[in-house]
Design a protein around this ligand. Structure first.
Ligand code: IPE
Ligand code: MG
Length: 222
């Protein structure tokens, strides 16, 4: 989700107003994904790199993310959405973590859309954490280094048990991955749209889904 800041700046508004609008866009896309029968939706809400933003913007984002997740709980329950968080728990203010954990626990048994929120997430950090976990198993003699499989790596990621994404949507026209799901997107279809995230609505989302359905995926074959 990219473009909140530009959306606001173009209107002469403070960047945080763009983040508030971004939350509204996220709510609409979660509904649209559920309605379309999507099984997994991952929202890249806050990256490990985002800590380098001005302190005021970071604290606003933290508060906003926790508030919106808490406020959405009744609707998540009504829509049978299960929330899961991917990212490093360390470094996130304890109150924010508690608030979000509460919603994760409350929605744990929901069976509809799984909503993954990438929060304090970095793709390389995720790989490092996975490699460390595997290295510990090797050091303990529980894993033979020569026998390590792709499934072992995938199972050590934050996304354990979640299938690789079929489609990655990037808003605001940036042609880069920005440290997102580096292992998981090996064969993911990319959809880049110039639309800024606050303007990205269900119609844009469905356009991306239809575009994806028209593609031929060959996974390196012919
Ligand atoms: C939202 O968009 C991303 C978050 C970290 C919440 P940006 O804040 O990156 O918006 P731009 O790139 O400045 O337009
Ligand atoms: Mg940005």
């Amino acid at each position: 989700m990219d473009g909140n800041g530009r959306w606001a700046t173009r209107r002469g508004l403070p960047r945080v107003t763009g983040h508030h609008e971004g939350v509204k866009a996220a709510r609409a896309i979660v509904r649209a994904a559920g309605a379309a029968g999507v099984s997994y939706l991952t929202l890249y809400a806050f990256s490990t790199e985002n800590w380098s933003r001005p302190e005021e913007e970071v604290s606003t984002l933290m508060r906003l993310l926790e508030d919106s997740v808490s406020r959405e709980l009744p609707e998540l329950m009504a829509r049978n959405v299960r929330l899961r968080v991917i990212g490093r728990p360390g470094g996130v203010p304890a109150g924010v973590r508690r608030g979000i954990d509460r919603v994760v626990k409350a929605t744990r048994d929901n069976t509809g859309l799984t909503l993954l929120m990438a929060f304090n997430y970095g793709g390389r950090d995720e790989l490092l954490d996975a490699f460390r976990a595997l290295a510990r198993r090797v050091a303990d003699g529980r894993l033979d280094p020569e026998a390590v499989t792709e499934a072992d790596v995938a199972g050590a990621l934050y996304t354990e048990g979640v299938p690789d994404p079929d489609l990655l949507v990037r808003t605001s026209g940036e042609m880069r991955i920005s440290n997102f799901l580096l292992w998981q997107i090996a064969y993911t279809e990319l959809w880049v749209t110039p639309t800024l995230w606050p303007d990205f609505g269900p119609a844009d989302f469905y356009r991306a889904l239809v575009g994806f359905q028209r593609r031929t995926r060959r996974f390196g074959g012919v």
